[in-house]
Design a protein around this ligand. Structure first.
Ligand SMILES: [Zn+2]
Length: 407
């Protein structure tokens, strides 16, 4: 089979052009993305605005398709332009070559997370416009920077700006995950990330003695409590097949530090944890529990946070949310099986939800192996079902999974 059938597809061409832009951390250059999106806006005849909510290196690009009733709250279709670093030596193809093989697989960083989704938004609008469709509500399509670093230079400051408020967003779509089965996951909430380090002081001295109150004993106590909590969560998950990992609190020891030499009892040991608080955890109570354990361990322990995300309420997925009802009826009409769930990691959706805007994480890729970050996606076009937008079906087959998709 030749690659011609894929290469001649207009949307696949745009997608590959976008993938060839190396907007890669640690120092992404977004200027070529801007240029590419300007061309897209021109082709689609949509106005484009560029905002700089953090600094001039981190743009937020917004294309706007005005609806028939622009006074109504608008829809936001969000994607991020940045991708995580690559280790080219582990790749079978150049990571920014967007090579295509005879099966239609495209090899590039960012295929699944999440340049495909950004291009699917534009492909959908292109198809609708081509068919003369006019929608009631205005649609803003945003392309943001810095999501992979937690959105501190992108969506987080953007939602605080006057420019964002002026968009009058009523509902947002953002990234989800690919699904290896026919079912599509739809994410309506995220857990709160707490990344923290216990700095444990204790009596220092010679390793030949049995000194009281050593850092090692305190560390043992803290570790024991944290691991007990972890076991409880593992059991919760195992005992209830209805639950997914996003429904429980995850606790992982990620760093251990300290010590001077092997015969010296050290004055300080540190233990770092990545904790993701489930939506049913009361933050104040959890924090108080940690403080209590630190006292019980013998005191002299400080707790430092790299990240301490506040509680963000879930987006309602019931009759109270008309946008959910519209989303659900569209997927029902297309006979798509969807499964609402809580996202395991963190995405820019949390900043929308925190601002009171309902948001769903939805990457329309089913029957696609979940590989993050994804090294390859194939587009296997199929005839679109009635009323379905002409978005190709991507399939991912990656060979490099070295970084987390998001924080
Ligand atoms: Zn992403």
């Amino acid at each position: 089979m030749s690659t011609e059938q894929w290469e001649s597809n207009e949307e696949i061409q745009y997608f590959r052009d976008y993938l060839r832009i190396a907007s890669v951390h640690p120092n992404p250059n977004y200027a070529p993305c801007l240029e590419f999106l300007r061309q897209q806006a021109e082709q689609l005849q949509l106005p484009l605005a560029v905002h700089y909510p953090f600094d001039s290196d981190n743009p937020v690009v917004v294309l706007t398709w005005q609806g028939l009733r622009p006074e109504l709250p608008a829809l936001l279709l969000n994607s991020h332009m940045d991708v995580v670093p690559v280790f080219a030596e582990n790749w079978t193809h150049p990571p920014f070559g967007a090579d295509i093989d005879a099966e239609g697989r495209i090899f590039a960083r960012g295929t699944q997370d999440m340049k495909c989704v950004g291009m699917q938004y534009l492909a959908a609008i292109r198809a609708l416009k081509r068919n003369g469709v006019r929608l009631k509500r205005t649609i803003h399509i945003s392309f943001v920077a810095d999501e992979e670093m937690g959105g501190r230079r992108g969506m987080r400051p953007f939602v605080e700006t006057e420019a964002f408020r002026a968009l009058n967003i009523g509902f947002g779509l953002d990234e989800g995950l690919a699904s290896p089965t026919a079912e599509f996951p739809v994410f309506y909430a995220e857990r709160s990330v707490w990344r923290m380090t216990f700095k444990i002081s204790g009596t220092a001295g010679h390793g030949s003695l049995l000194l009281p109150n050593t850092a090692g004993e305190k560390l043992h106590y803290i570790l024991d409590k944290m691991m007990q909590l972890r076991r409880q969560q593992v059991a919760r998950l195992e005992n209830n097949p209805e639950l997914t990992i996003g429904d429980v609190t995850t606790i992982n020891l990620t760093r251990i530090g300290g010590g001077v030499q092997s015969n010296v009892v050290p004055p300080l040991l540190t233990a770092g944890f990545d904790v993701r608080l489930a939506l049913d955890v009361v933050h104040e109570e959890f924090y108080a529990q940690l403080q209590e354990w630190m006292e019980q361990a013998g005191g002299g322990i400080e707790l430092e946070f790299d990240q301490k995300h506040p509680y963000v309420p879930a987006t309602a997925i019931d009759d109270s949310n008309p946008f959910w009802l519209a989303f659900k009826s569209a997927t029902d009409e297309l006979s798509l099986k969807i499964r609402p769930q809580i996202f395991t990691g963190g995405t820019d959706s949390r900043y929308l939800r925190k601002s009171g805007i309902p948001a769903l994480g939805f990457s329309p890729m089913n029957n696609t192996p979940l590989q993050l970050p994804c090294a390859a996606v194939s587009f296997v076009p199929r005839p679109p079902p009635a009323a379905h937008l002409q978005t190709p079906r991507p399939r991912c087959s990656s060979n490099a999974a070295l970084h987390s998709p998001s924080d």
